[in-house]
Design a protein around this ligand. Structure first.
Ligand code: GLN
Length: 203
């Protein structure tokens, strides 16, 4: 970390809403860097896995030879924040995935892809998130997953009521954070700030 006050946080930039996360990270006090190559991955203190299409991101990370380095850095304790498709990539288990779809894993959760229903393109609500002060966060869900099952080491920071049940949509396990929704599209940087604090805490 060159500047201790502004950690370098990468955004995996093979597909998805990379630009929005770069802007949100800068707004939250980090130096943001698009990561497409192994050398770029090696140079960051932490990483964001953006929203997009998890099947495509999975394929491209394998094609670009990023999968093994990503898994190693996660295992070594690099802080990672995954939003929407990024939550799917951080999940140890996946329901309704493509036949050959793999995840990077790291968080002891089972996620269900497109959980709100394939016909539900997007859904918005105000959510209180543990660790985020200043009132509820506007949560924008776009063909979003939710957490179907979480292991004992997983902290649930926010949940939604849907289909008569409660489903976690913000979870944290150690240095890994995941949200089903897209805080990068609202201009409110508090979730990214929470992640930047986690990165400072891990340094
Ligand atoms: N449904 C997408 C997937 O499975 C996630 C959507 C999103 O990231 N907005 O990857």
């Amino acid at each position: 970390m060159t500047d201790r006050t502004r950690p370098v946080i990468g955004v995996l930039a093979v597909q998805g809403d990379v630009r929005e996360h770069l802007a949100a990270l800068e707004g939250a006090g980090a130096q943001a860097l698009a990561v497409r190559r192994r050398e770029e991955l090696a140079s960051v203190d932490a990483l964001v896995l953006p929203g997009g299409e998890s099947t495509t991101i999975d394929k491209l990370t394998r094609i670009f030879d990023l999968r093994d380095p990503l898994r190693s850095r996660i295992a070594e304790g690099m802080p990672v924040y995954g939003s929407c498709a990024g939550m799917i990539l951080l999940a140890d288990r996946i329901l309704d995935g493509h036949r050959d779809q793999q995840t990077l894993g790291g968080i002891d959760i089972t996620v269900r892809r497109n959980a709100f229903g394939r016909q539900v393109d997007s859904y918005e609500t105000d959510l209180d998130v543990v660790g985020v002060d200043g009132g509820p966060v506007r949560a924008v869900f776009i063909r979003a997953p939710w957490v179907e099952e979480a292991g004992p080491g997983v902290e649930v920071l926010a949940s939604v009521e849907a289909k008569g049940e409660t489903h976690p949509v913000v979870v944290r396990q150690g240095r890994l954070l995941a949200t089903s929704f897209h805080p990068e599209v609202t201009g409110d940087h508090r979730v990214h700030r929470l992640f930047v604090q986690m990165v400072h805490g891990s340094a």
